[in-house]
Design a protein around this ligand. Structure first.
Ligand code: SF4
Length: 681
């Protein structure tokens, strides 16, 4: 068959909030992306993508893409807009921002997260713009801050095992992760280890698809992971399954931790976690006696009040057994600390020129949008610029978030691909390019390769990259520093400077960082002491507990008779947070918003499989369909997320119920620390 001269392939990177950061190969025919596949030359991707991103052409060329700038014509949230030209939109935005900035630029707040993980289209040009403007800082805490801070205070950074070595482990604890759904390429390595005789244990309140495939599932109560980790320590001590030499040479605070752990016999932890004593004893024996033993921790288990302490407790385990000595031993939560991003060059904090704006925590945007000016808070928020995020759907305690976004005196600009719940509340919506239409460069939190993303197709409609929007706004605001003229390829080059071979990225699409095979085999933790810090003097200096401990949930199971069920809200398998919910083929697989409930909890409430139920607490009420399922343990319901509000029954989603309370470390959200009641209806 004759080759179509208008057919070619382009190498790229998956931009989504997933540890795998896959290398993509996009096939373009006659200017349209027709296929997106995994790059077989990239060992971590190994030619395979998840179902979601395999549908990328459907997402990029989706009939509902926003094709032109839009101005609101109806009430906020109504979704009524009219198209306008780019110049008109940008002139209007710049005029509004100038007016507010003349009074106080901190009344302007950027709101962004990991809608794209690319360094350039996330904060590349945006940070320069907001720094120059003197806008409020945004504390980007919504996903990983509790666990990240815990790692920093224990290991010294977001560092850990190289993912490829999990294939050689003999015991793998998959802790707080549904890897099949959200860390697929790690799961392939775990499967390889399993074929070679490794034992897999899944620790998760939900019996996930991953739990189904492990040798054992430990369905502990949400928010009790630290209690389990402390009991494991207790058993390691009691049975002397310790590496005394490693502890003596490479850890700090052993005697204090020992004393703490000895307060946690398995019987006590079993009571707190709601699991059998024997299960804890067996897990401790497995962990203490199997070498190499590896822990794949993920962010699910840190979305509770004590999430930071839980990660600290678990992160102590490999140092107790000396698991770090082996390249297939240790722990991985995030590898992102290995990447030498030159943030000073990319984000240009020097443009602040000595100013220190106040910080808004993205988790409490609901409360903060409803606050008046005060000496403690600073100016009332007058403008929000939202990019790479859909806060109306994903931020906790939606009733307040929606009320805030509905404020008529709030000026809201949203850069988006689709009319999300947040875009519906904008004054101006700007059409953004997808990953197939722009340049970007990527770190990863699940492996240690840098990836380059080249545009494969021209921008769809009038879409523009985020960088171009901030460049154009900067020009209109009179920001004439030369850095606002940097193009996207230049921004890609500036991200790592000469720390990564850019030519190699251009030639093959990825470059591997020189990370040691077993990073802590000989200690060398990048903490102040150079050791794994069981005791953190830095935390103690903040008035916090220097040792990890079990910190009970804000909303403790059994503490509120009106709301007796604990609810977690893990992502539905075919969505990624709120991305992909509008991709019809994926939504068809998911069907409808579901609440998984155990038969034991459904029966006394007269709930049958498929019934519409009302899930409620004092914050709000949410209707969805009940799925009687062994995936839910007794006392815990699983509200699968994150559906767009407008696609759910009654135009709401599970965040109607979650709270704006924060974690012990990292000022992060507590999505899985939430008590509810469920009734038919
Ligand atoms: S979402 Fe994850 S698994 Fe899917 S293509 Fe992207 S990086 Fe790979």
């Amino acid at each position: 068959m004759a080759h179509n001269p208008n057919e070619f392939t382009v190498r790229g990177a998956c931009p989504h909030d997933c540890p795998d950061t896959c290398a993509l190969v996009t096939t373009v025919v006659d200017g349209k992306a027709v296929r997106v596949a995994g790059n077989p030359a990239h060992r971590h991707t190994d030619g395979a993508l998840c179902t979601k991103v395999s549908r990328y052409p459907e997402r990029t060329h989706h009939p509902e893409r926003i094709l032109a700038p839009l101005r609101r014509t109806g009430p906020k949230g109504s979704g009524r807009f009219e198209p306008i030209g780019w110049d008109e939109a940008l002139d209007d935005i710049a005029a509004r921002l100038k007016d507010i900035a003349a009074r106080n630029p901190q009344a302007i707040v950027p709101y962004s997260y990991a809608g794209t993980m690319g360094q350039v289209q996330s904060e590349g040009m945006a940070a320069r713009f907001f720094n120059r403007l003197g806008a409020s800082f945004l504390d980007r805490t919504i996903c990983a801050a509790a666990g990240g801070e815990a790692l920093v205070h224990t290991l010294g950074g977001k560092l850990g095992m190289k993912v490829e070595h999990f294939a050689e482990a003999k015991l793998i604890l998959i802790w707080g992760s549904n890897s099949i759904a959200s860390n697929l390429h790690f799961w392939r390595l775990a499967q390889q280890a399993k074929r070679d005789g490794a034992r897999l244990v899944c620790i998760d309140p939900r019996r996930s698809e991953t739990a189904d495939k492990c040798h054992e599932h430990i369905a502990l109560r949400p928010g009790t992971d630290a209690a389990l980790a402390l009991a494991l320590m207790h058993e390691l001590i009691r049975n002397d399954w310790l590496d005394h030499d490693y502890i003596a040479r490479h850890t700090l605070g052993w005697e204090q931790l020992r004393e703490r752990a000895l307060q946690w016999p398995p019987e006590r932890a079993a009571e707190v976690c709601g699991i059998p004593v024997e299960q804890i004893e067996r897990l401790a024996r497995d962990y203490g006696t199997t070498k190499p033993a590896a822990i794949r921790l993920n962010y699910g288990m840190q979305r509770v009040r004590g999430g930071g302490n839980a990660v600290r407790a678990i992160a102590c385990l490999p140092a107790l057994t000396g698991a770090w000595r082996h390249r297939a031993g240790g722990l991985l939560l995030s590898a992102s600390g290995h990447f030498p991003v030159d943030r000073a060059a990319l984000h240009r904090p020097d443009l602040l020129a000595g100013r220190t704006p106040r910080t808004i925590n993205m988790v409490t945007i609901g409360d903060d949008l409803l606050r008046e000016s005060s000496p403690a808070f600073g100016p009332k928020i007058e403008a929000l610029i939202v990019y790479n995020s859909n806060p109306v759907a994903v931020a906790p305690e939606s009733p307040k978030v929606v009320a805030g976004f509905a404020r008529e005196d709030l000026f809201t600009v949203v850069l988006e691909h689709f009319m999300t719940d947040t875009a519906d509340h904008a004054d101006i919506v700007l059409p953004a390019t997808t990953q197939l239409e722009h340049w970007d460069i990527h770190t990863s939190y699940g492996h240690t390769d840098v990836l380059l993303n080249r545009p494969a197709v021209a921008p769809v409609g009038q879409a523009r990259p985020n960088t171009e929007v901030f460049r154009q706004l900067a020009r209109r605001m009179g920001f004439d520093e030369p850095c606002f003229a940097d193009d996207d390829e230049t921004l890609c080059r500036q991200t790592f400077g000469d720390r990564v071979d850019f030519q190699q990225l251009l030639d093959q699409g990825f470059a591997t960082l020189p990370v040691p095979e077993a990073p802590f085999a000989e200690g060398g933790f990048p903490t102040p002491s150079g050791k794994c810090e069981f005791f953190s003097a830095r935390l103690a200096a903040q008035g916090l507990d220097g040792l990890p401990d079990h910190v009970p949930n804000h909303e403790l199971a059994g503490s509120d008779p009106r709301h007796p069920l604990a609810m977690i809200s893990p992502p539905a398998r075919n969505f990624l947070n709120s991305s992909f919910v509008n991709v019809k083929s994926l939504r068809d697989i998911e069907g409808e918003p579901l609440l998984e409930i155990s038969a034991a909890d459904a029966a006394p409430r007269g709930i049958a499989d498929g019934d519409v139920v009302r899930v409620f607490n004092d914050r709000g009420s949410y209707r969805c369909t009940a799925r009687l399922s062994t995936r839910a343990r007794e006392g815990v319901v699983n509200g699968l997320g994150i559906w767009w509000r407008k696609l759910g029954l009654d135009g709401s989603n599970v965040n109607e119920l979650t709270s704006q309370k924060l974690t012990d470390l990292g000022r992060a959200p507590v999505f899985y620390d939430c008590l509810v009641q469920v009734e038919k209806g």
